[in-house]
Design a protein around this ligand. Structure first.
Ligand SMILES: [Zn+2]
Length: 424
């Protein structure tokens, strides 16, 4: 989810700069094997077997949860969600072009891309092919080069896999099977964005294999360079220094975090605090402190919304914010500008306006904060207390603070205004 929050920040920054966007998220619902080496089980087939459901039930179920989680994280949905299983013709068409151009060969288990025919193979990752070749210890079976990859995999025993296709029906004389996961991305991205497009994103782990292979096959098939102008990769979410995973730990779904009393937006706030190219070490304590900051922010915004005083011009901070988020998405510094505004001596109106404007990028739903958690009675008492404070009537204001406390709420005075805490 960190990668998707990063994508969303990129998208929002571009929108903030008035760019027109067309955004695609590819859905790999077939052909993603448990290993990057074109071996191992198909993840979907494996899950279907384990859970005793059909492949389609599995992908529909997880795709549904995925979309729900994106919504909770306030991630703007893409214009298109193409699924690999819905774009078989497009993938086979690409394989046909690659075959015609002489960049493929067939083995007993599939159709492979011959990476040795491409002089700039591996340029994205700056791969040292010679070292890779010399250092190879793993069995490459019938592959000609270690870096060659499958475009099409044949079913071992046709009729057993749930997701398999007969390429002959799509104009390719080849055995029944399923697409390799790299070709899915090339075919679907270019279907919606064209043979050359501007930006492709992903996690840092996709640089050496997946994205490298997407470039190789796309630039060869379409005959245009570069296929993608800008590649942006987000760094891992780590746990004790290692990528979060079932085995290292630190892996939670959004619903699991919710069960622990967090809101999905607490995680979004946490993501905003670290630059996308830096690894973000995840811990529940770290998330707890993000939650505290986010709650404080919401309370301040709520307070500002109810006030009407006006003072100051907002140009300086607006420019500062823009220059940070436009500097390779320096969102942590952008967030710091928001806090600077809230601590400034601006009027409440200006602070509120700027906060909502910055939130177009941050996506923290600052315009949707509801007051319902704090009853009107309490808010009235707080207002009364504020009045006493303005009059410097500390005795009365302390009495009211105590009364509010007895009713289960705590008012804290901070530099940015007061904060209301619900006492449990
Ligand atoms: Zn991909």
């Amino acid at each position: 989810m960190r990668t998707y929050v990063f994508n969303d920040l990129l998208k929002r920054v571009l929108m903030y700069n008035n760019y027109k966007l067309k955004h695609v998220i590819n859905v790999t619902d077939v052909g993603h094997l448990t290993s990057d080496e074109d071996t191992g089980d198909d993840k979907v087939e494996k899950a279907a077997k384990e859970e005793g459901r059909t492949a389609k039930e599995i992908t529909d179920y997880y795709f549904g949860i995925f979309k729900e989680d994106l919504k909770k994280l306030n991630i703007i949905p893409p214009d298109f969600w193409p699924k690999a299983t819905g774009n078989i013709q497009e993938q086979i068409d690409l394989i046909k072009i690659l075959e015609k151009k002489g960049f493929t060969y067939r083995t007993s288990d599939g159709i492979y891309f011959d990476t040795s025919k491409l002089s700039d193979y591996g340029k994205l990752a700056k791969l040292n092919i010679k070292n890779l070749e010399e250092g190879k210890r793993i069995d490459i079976k019938e592959k000609k080069n270690k870096t060659d990859f499958a475009l099409w995999k044949f079913s071992e025993n046709p009729g057993i896999r749930q997701q398999e296709w007969d390429p002959k029906k799509y104009g390719l004389n080849s055995g029944i099977g399923f697409p390799g996961w790299h070709i899915e991305c090339s075919a679907m991205s270019s279907k919606y964005l064209g043979e050359q497009f501007d930006i492709h994103t992903g996690g840092e782990d996709h640089v050496p294999v997946h994205h490298t292979n997407e470039i190789a096959q796309s630039e060869t098939a379409f005959g245009k360079k570069p296929w993608v102008k800008y590649w942006l990769h987000s760094a891992f979410l780590t746990f004790n220094g290692k990528k979060v995973s079932k085995s290292t730990g630190g892996l939670y779904t959004i619903s699991e975090l919710e069960e622990k009393g967090f809101d999905a937006l607490n995680f979004r706030y946490l993501c905003l605090t670290t630059h996308y190219r830096k690894r973000l070490n995840f811990s529940l304590e770290g998330l707890e402190s993000a939650k505290k900051s986010y709650d404080k922010l919401r309370n301040i915004i709520l307070d500002l919304r109810n006030k009407n005083d006006s003072k100051g011009s907002d140009e300086k901070y607006r420019k500062e914010f823009l220059s940070y988020v436009n500097d390779d998405l320096n969102i942590p510094k952008g967030l710091a500008v928001l806090w600077k505004v809230l601590r400034s001596d601006f009027g409440s109106k200006e602070k509120y306006k700027l906060a909502l404007e910055f939130d177009k990028v941050l996506g923290l739903k600052l315009n949707e904060i509801k007051e319902e958690k704090i009853p009107k009675e309490i808010l009235d008492l707080i207002k009364k207390r504020e009045k006493y404070r303005e009059e410097q009537n500390w005795k009365k204001s302390d009495e009211l603070r105590e009364l509010i406390r007895k009713k289960g709420y705590e008012v804290k005075d901070t530099k940015e205004g007061f904060v209301i805490k619900i006492l449990m």
